[in-house]
Design a protein around this ligand. Structure first.
Ligand code: SAH
Ligand code: F3S
Length: 467
């Protein structure tokens, strides 16, 4: 029997990637049996967790300014004879460990991304020790085995949910901290993933996004046997699960895209025609210095193969400008690649020097002013491509998974197959339905649509479709 304890309020602030979003959800699951329920604000919370991101310097620094603000709340709480446990989790915790306690001695707990299944134990240790506890080891046991397996409350998981299938990274791109903060690559057994997907469906989820730092290198144990499954095989299996209408996966490493996965895009209608495939740069010299294991031409060919399998696939990417040694000609190579490929969406960043990574020690660091200029030029091109793609959708009918209320009364916001946010004023159906919308307007970051009225008659209005 579960030992339900006094109601306690838990506030979690999540920074960074989708995997952190997933992890924050699991932290809440682990703490629920101890009586913690989620609160919307840190005011009055009994425990506050900052689930942090270390990917760029700015991301890491944000944590310390937030800690400064929380310190005031914590002190105020103590003056009223209360207590607020303040915890730093995630990749800053992993990377900086004790340093956090030096810089912010009022922090009670520091634990890394591989330790949160031990939260109850850490809380007990905190109570006993009366001083800050730290857990930034990479434990021998995979945390997934220790996470609660309850079905979430109906609606609690939303209509679209993340599902971590793979974690960690062995690629060691020379700019990146992830291999150090998330550890070595690990794939969850397929059976676990399938069971978790079934629990999500039971809670009302209709779209799952499979997560991993190198998700396309998934190679989890197959349900009954000694072989492993690749991501394509896993997706085919999940597509057979009743109730899963849409599948996505992120993030992929270009050199790990294999034939089966590419074919899956053409053969499994539940797999959405959208792929985030970070290229980082269009210059082979820079790609080599980044240790990316693909050339610009490899990426072009890969885009061609994906489009061969699924002609309407929308590609998205990540870019870094101002990597050490990047010349004007290298940057022109990136712009050229962008023009050729045509992205429907993208993220671009100025190179951020991360202590301990090989690129941080490279000569020819690029001046900030040059990084700023290049970022602006690149973002102009990428934004124009995104807007052009959005505009090309006007007049088309797209199946949209309705998800959450919009700003206007009665309005809902959903997602197109290509990940665009679509606003609909009179949706007819509620969240969780997939409705066919005629796209009537396009903006930089969203579309507007109306429910398609079929000539066949009123009966088909707002009809549910599966793709
Ligand atoms: N495969 C990972 C990618 C990790 S980081 C995933 O699952 O998300 C996300 C993006 O941040 C990278 O693709 C890269 O474009 C960017 N990034 C990583 N390290 C960076 C650095 N030091 N400076 C600037 N951008 C960086
Ligand atoms: Fe980072 Fe490269 Fe891995 S970007 S997450 S080291 S693939």
């Amino acid at each position: 029997m579960k030992n339900r304890q006094l109601a306690q309020k838990l506030y979690i602030k999540t920074y960074g990637c989708q995997m952190n979003v997933y992890d924050s959800g699991r932290m809440a699951d682990v703490l629920a049996p101890l009586g913690y329920t989620l609160a919307d604000t840190p005011e009055g919370a009994d425990m506050v967790i900052l689930n942090t991101c270390h990917i760029r310097e700015k991301a890491a620094e944000k944590v310390y300014s937030e800690l400064g603000r929380l310190r005031r709340l914590k002190t105020a709480r103590e003056k009223q004879d209360g207590r607020m446990i303040l915890a730093v989790a995630g990749c800053v915790a992993q990377a900086e460990s004790e340093e956090i306690l030096d810089r912010a001695p009022f922090v009670d707990m520091v634990f890394g991304p591989q330790a949160y299944h031990r939260l109850p134990e850490l809380l007990a240790r905190l109570k006993r020790a009366g001083k800050a506890v730290l857990d930034t080891d990479f434990p021998p046991e995979p945390k997934f085995d220790y996470l609660p397996k309850d079905v979430p409350e109906p609606g609690a998981a939303g209509t679209s949910a993340f599902l971590t299938v793979q974690e960690g990274c062995d690629k060691f791109c020379t700019f990146c901290v992830v291999p150090y903060t998330r550890g070595a690559e690990y794939s969850r057994p397929a059976e676990d993933v399938i069971a978790e997907a079934a629990r999500l469906v039971a809670a009302g989820v209709r779209e799952v996004t499979l997560l991993g730092q190198n998700v396309n290198n998934y190679h989890g144990a197959e349900p009954a046997g000694t072989e492993t499954w690749g991501l394509g095989r896993l997706i085919r299996e999940l597509a057979e699960t009743d109730g899963i209408e849409r599948i996505r996966y992120t993030t992929s490493y270009p050199a790990d895209m294999n034939d089966e996965l590419i074919a899956t895009h053409g053969e499994v209608p539940e797999l959405m025609p959208f792929l985030h495939l970070p290229v980082q740069s269009g210059s082979d010299t820079v790609l080599k210095a980044m240790n990316r294991r693909h050339t610009a031409d490899d990426y072009r060919r890969l885009a061609g193969r994906l489009r061969g399998a699924r002609p309407d696939i929308g590609l998205s990417s990540d870019f870094i400008v101002g990597f050490p040694g990047e010349t004007d000609a290298d940057f022109a190579g990136t712009l050229g690649l962008v023009e050729e490929i045509g992205f429907v969406q993208a993220y671009s960043f100025k190179y951020s020097r991360r202590p301990g990574t090989p690129a941080a020690a490279m000569d020819a660091q690029v001046p900030e002013t040059v990084k700023n200029e290049r970022l602006e030029v690149l973002q102009d091109v990428l934004n124009a491509q995104q807007l052009a793609f959005n505009r090309s959708c006007v007049g088309r009918v797209l199946p949209v998974l309705l998800d959450r209320p919009g700003r206007k009364p009665g309005q809902l916001v959903g997602r197109s197959p290509y990940m665009q946010a679509v606003h609909v004023d009179d949706p007819i159906e509620g969240p969780g339905a997939i409705v066919r919308l005629v796209i009537t307007a396009a903006h930089a970051n969203s579309l507007k649509g109306v429910v398609e009225i079929r000539e066949a008659g009123a009966g088909t209005i707002g009809e549910r479709v599966t793709a």
